[in-house]
Design a protein around this ligand. Structure first.
Ligand code: FAD
Length: 335
């Protein structure tokens, strides 16, 4: 994976803001059209939500994959784009977008770096996200309290408390149950808003479920050792080496809000070619909005292909909108 040093300037035909699934696929599509690309992502690794929020969870609705984990899909997307050598600027936040001459753009990075590109594909997903939390959990962040589970194995033989009542809480509890010593779900309401199927599986598993209950305090000197939970029946203390707080995230577009893009309901408005109101600037994936959009990975893939092929025509006037079939490319390579 090619990277570039902090503060340096780099250039490419297409700059992609966001290395989530839509951004990674945009880099592949650019390479397939013979265009160079640079991917900028604020996170230290590619994959967006898949890598940051649910690397170990199994995705069932990506076309062609019966079941694939978030981490595996990320690895495959990176491998798919690799032959075209996209450049990755990871742990780097895109802060500004300014015109560069008559036809290009310069993306200013928060650390002073700059990316020059003929076209920009914004694939910034949820933008910047901050986990929702409880005041009593904050002091133990990084000392037992976490907001997602990058590696299930880290919790082997541990007592884990999962806080929340949505899909993430139920899914993490089910994924951790065979690995952890104990898993307790603490939810402040009487019923779960997670999918029924998952909730039924959770009640049928070894997971202990406390509803109408709230974590009120954390205990432990250097790191977390226990949590106190208030229930309808009184207060109890649970041993806990880890708390997974699955209470959701507050999201906002971050610096993108000041780029002169037309936003609707905090999403970037696009036309059918995924064009924004700025010339040669496209938006794809969860950051873009149009009537009827379905926020799924597979939808972002289609949008990335549409955006990049339109960008290719703008960058190389006279070229065809439809790319050659990848199957033809293989035949050409083999002959
Ligand atoms: P993201 O994955 O959000 O990636 C965007 C990237 O942009 C991030 O890495 C972010 O750091 C970066 N970024 C943002 N702003 C900047 C900036 N200014 N500078 C640099 N980088 C920036 N979808 C499905 O289809 N099937 C499922 O089963 C499924 N399960 C899910 C389970 C959970 C728990 C969650 C949370 C989501 C799930 N989704 C699922 C939704 C799916 O993950 C998203 O639709 C998908 O990740 C959107 O991809 P994206 O590339 O648009 O954005």
């Amino acid at each position: 994976m090619k990277t570039t040093l902090t503060g340096a300037e780099t250039s490419a035909d297409v700059a992609v803001v966001g290395a989530g699934p839509a951004g990674l696929y945009a880099a592949y599509c650019a390479g397939f059209r013979g265009l160079s690309s640079v991917l900028v992502d604020a996170l230290p690794e590619p994959g967006g939500q898949l890598a940051a929020l649910y690397p170990e969870k199994t995705i069932h609705d990506v076309a062609g994959h019966v079941a694939v984990r978030g981490r595996e899909l990320t690895d495959e997307l990176v491998a798919q784009a690799a032959p075209f050598a996209p450049r990755y600027l990871l742990g780097r936040t895109a802060a500004s977008l300014t015109p560069d001459g008559r036809s290009g753009w310069v993306i200013g990075l928060e650390d002073g770096g700059r990316v020059r590109a003929g076209a920009v594909v914004i694939a910034a997903g949820l933008g910047r996200s901050t986990p929702r939390t409880l005041p009593c959990l904050r002091p133990y962040e990084g000392r037992g309290v976490a907001y997602h589970v990058p590696r299930l194995e880290a919790h082997r033989d541990r007592d884990v408390v999962v806080v929340g009542g949505g899909d993430s809480a139920v899914d993490w509890a089910l994924a951790l149950a065979p690995i952890a010593r104990s898993v307790t779900v603490v939810h402040r309401r009487p019923s779960f808003r997670a999918h029924e199927h998952g909730v039924r599986r959770m009640y049928a598993s070894d997971v202990r479920v406390l509803t109408d209950a709230q974590v009120t305090a954390c205990e432990g000197v250097d790191r977390l050792e226990a949590v106190r939970v208030r229930t309808g029946g009184g207060e109890l203390t649970l041993p806990a080496r880890a708390v997974v707080a699955a209470l959701g995230f507050i999201t906002h577009p971050g610096p993108l809000a000041d780029w002169g893009l037309r936003l609707e309901n905090r999403q970037i408005a696009v036309d059918r070619a995924m064009r924004t109101n700025l010339p040669r600037v496209y938006a794809v994936g969860d950051i873009c909005g149009y009537e009827g959009r379905v926020p799924l990975i597979s939808v972002g893939f289609g949008e990335a292909a549409t955006a990049v092929n339109h960008a290719a025509v703008e960058l190389r006037p006279g070229s065809r909108l439809a790319p050659e079939h990848s199957t033809d490319r293989e035949a050409a390579l083999l002959s």
